[in-house]
Design a protein around this ligand. Structure first.
Ligand code: OGA
Ligand code: NI
Length: 364
């Protein structure tokens, strides 16, 4: 038996490697007109049985209006809404965040046009190294996950050691640079409100250097001929502090809430924000980092998302992070042990999206 399963495993890796070497991405597979997806994309029967939209729930993730944050009358209420959302859902949508609609549209369009270039143009960027610069590849976790999923992505380091601007593909270069400015402003605003929600003052999270490392992923979910067999993106939690996500109004993103997968309903002009593992730990469990995933796209129009991840300064490898001292008391002891950035990065880059998160590992 052991021999059979190890040879099956060997063949799977070989197929995965061959696919990676074609540099065609799942967009290439989709465009080729295949009607059956390669076996290494097929999820377990257990996961497959959950692959549907959860239309029954009208109530999606909380929707929060940021238009009045500078009004002394309204700000406390908005802080409350955000705190509750971060505590109960770990995910929320924000509207009136100040980014013009035209910028949202242009950003999405540029990622779309990058992925829709001829394969030979894109292939020049195809590389599988995530720790600096610019990466374009299929499947963020291709060699680490148990089953592959139906997306391609372009990933750019923005801070603290930004990719050379010339390295960013021309199709989305100026848009990515512009998007970083907008998304950073929104992330900083939300971080202030969340920081107030923890009762530690508005500037605590930023001052602790929690928004220093920034990367942007432009993800492309092409039509999948067998959306009941695979996912668009494997279930995972985000490892960092905060994530700001812009999508092109197509369904697919699902969030785990009270044991169920809940659809995130597209709201025009909104941005989706979620709490990552590091903030769950630093908030001593007050805010939660929840599992989410994307269903494989069943329609011909591609789903596109632009995701910016904010996290601790990656240069300070030996610095220790853990629950903020203000949030630890005899009544509420630390739920997690401290960790170094080195430990954080090793955990992030050594596993597939679908394996154990840092939160589980550090639980005391
Ligand atoms: C991610 C993620 C969701 C999406 O990249 O971490 O959750 O909609 N993306 O692309
Ligand atoms: Ni995510």
């Amino acid at each position: 038996m052991a021999a059979i399963s190890s040879s099956a495993e060997y063949n799977r890796m070989k197929e995965v490697k061959e696919f990676d070497e074609t540099k065609m991405g799942v967009k290439g597979l989709s465009d080729s007109g295949i009607t059956t997806i390669p076996k290494f994309f097929v999820q377990t029967p257990e996961t497959r049985s959950t692959l549907k939209q959860n239309c029954l729930k009208d109530q999606g993730i909380p929707l929060i209006d940021l238009s009045q944050i500078n009004s002394l009358d309204h700000r406390p209420k908005i802080v409350d809404e955000l705190r509750n959302a971060a505590k109960r859902w770990g995910f929320f949508q924000v509207i009136n965040h100040g980014v013009p609609l035209s910028v949202l549209d242009k950003t999405i369009e540029s990622i779309k046009s990058f992925h829709e270039q001829p394969q030979e143009v894109k292939a020049k960027h195809y590389v599988r190294s995530e720790q600096s610069g610019v990466t374009y590849a299929s499947n963020i976790d291709l060699f680490r996950s148990k089953a592959a999923s139906w997306h391609d992505y372009v990933h750019v380091w923005m801070s603290p050691e930004p990719a050379d601007v010339d390295q960013i593909p021309a199709a989305c270069r100026s848009e990515i640079v512009a998007w970083d400015k907008e998304a950073t402003r929104v992330a900083e605003t939300v971080a202030e409100l969340l920081s107030e929600g923890l009762g530690v003052g508005a500037t605590k999270l930023k001052e602790a250097g929690l928004l220093v490392t920034k990367t942007i992923a432009g993800v492309y979910y092409p039509y999948c001929p067998q959306p009941d067999m695979t996912l668009g993106l494997n279930h995972h939690t985000d490892a960092g502090v905060l994530t700001v996500l812009l999508e092109n109004q197509l369904v697919g993103l699902q969030v785990k809430h009270e044991g169920e997968w809940v659809d995130v309903k597209p709201v025009p002009g909104s941005l989706i924000i979620n709490i990552g593992d590091a903030l769950q730990i630093m908030s001593n469990g007050e805010y939660i980092s929840v599992e989410h995933r994307v269903l494989a796209n069943s329609i011909k129009e591609p789903r596109i998302s632009v995701v910016e991840f904010f996290g601790m300064d990656k240069r300070a490898e030996s610095r220790r992070y853990g629950p903020l001292p203000e949030l630890v008391s005899p009544e509420r002891p630390a739920m997690y042990r401290n960790f170094t950035l080195k430990e954080f990065l090793e955990n992030l880059f050594s596993k597939g999206l679908d394996s154990k998160s840092l939160v589980e590992k550090l639980m005391v």
